[in-house]
Design a protein. Structure first.
Length: 257
């Protein structure tokens, strides 16, 4: 079972346990208000804070997911553009340069596939990526120096700028992959979930029976929402996956054949 699913089941059980604990605390204290509504000042503040934090983290996670998805397209476009501009270089250097582009694209695809399946291979792939970037850059710069005529500066600018974009996007994607909310935010969300559950159980205490429907619906809704937030933050490990967007890189690679 994946870690996120285990976390969700643990949270579900913890929320139910806190609701039951709150119920028992109220019954033990013999507070039998006829209609405990949970709308006291403290209850409202806790539930409001939890709702605000849920909205904040969900919005941020969805925004970062969308950014990572867009960066895949940007990298595919950057590689494709740089590859097409090889046509502007002298014919003698084009075959080897194109072959290096194919190898580079294969390496990038392998990198994203290895993040989940073979994380131990990632450092080696990163090293090979950097070596290929330097190799392509050196070959392209040397080829640009061979160009003469009135269009030499324009050609050099086009080729070098496309290579810059292709190389820079790897750093941008690496940073985006590591960008997540600070751990204290997740801790605060977890603590508030349990605290609100405790107050909910205290508020709906009934010595004669347990409100299982309300308990299960509340616990499930809270656990699923938090799971979705975490899943969006790590889109290569859970149910919400970004892997299918890697097909744009595969399509770019196929266009190089």
């Amino acid at each position: 079972m994946q870690p996120f699913a285990m976390m969700t089941l643990f949270l579900l059980a913890a929320v139910i346990a806190c609701i039951e604990l709150g119920r028992r605390i109220r019954i033990r204290r013999n507070q039998k208000d006829e209609a405990p509504s949970g709308l006291s000042t403290i209850d409202g503040a806790v539930f409001g804070l939890m709702g605000l934090l849920l909205a904040f983290t969900f919005s941020g996670a969805e925004s970062r997911f969308d950014t990572r998805r867009q960066l895949i397209v940007q990298e595919s476009n950057a590689i494709g553009t740089a590859y097409l501009r090889v046509d502007l270089l002298p014919a003698t250097v084009q075959p080897q340069l194109r072959e290096n582009f194919r190898t580079y694209t294969d390496t990038r695809i392998e990198f994203y596939h290895s993040i989940v399946g073979h994380p131990d291979k990632v450092p080696d792939i990163v090293a090979r990526t950097s070596a290929l970037q330097k190799k392509i850059w050196d070959q392209s710069v040397a080829a640009c120096q061979q160009i003469s005529g009135s269009n030499a500066n324009a050609t050099t600018s086009l080729v070098i700028s496309s290579l810059n974009d292709m190389i820079d996007i790897t750093t941008t994607r690496a940073v985006a992959q590591r960008t997540h909310p600070p751990l204290p935010i997740y801790i605060a969300l977890f603590v508030l979930a349990l605290a609100s559950s405790l107050l909910a159980g205290f508020g709906m205490a009934d010595p004669s029976r347990r409100h299982w429907l309300h308990t299960l619906v509340y616990a499930a809704a809270l656990a699923v929402t938090i799971y979705t937030i975490v899943d969006l933050e790590f889109p290569r490990f859970g149910i919400i996956r970004i892997d299918r967007y890697d097909q744009t890189l595969v399509d770019t690679r196929n266009s190089m054949n």
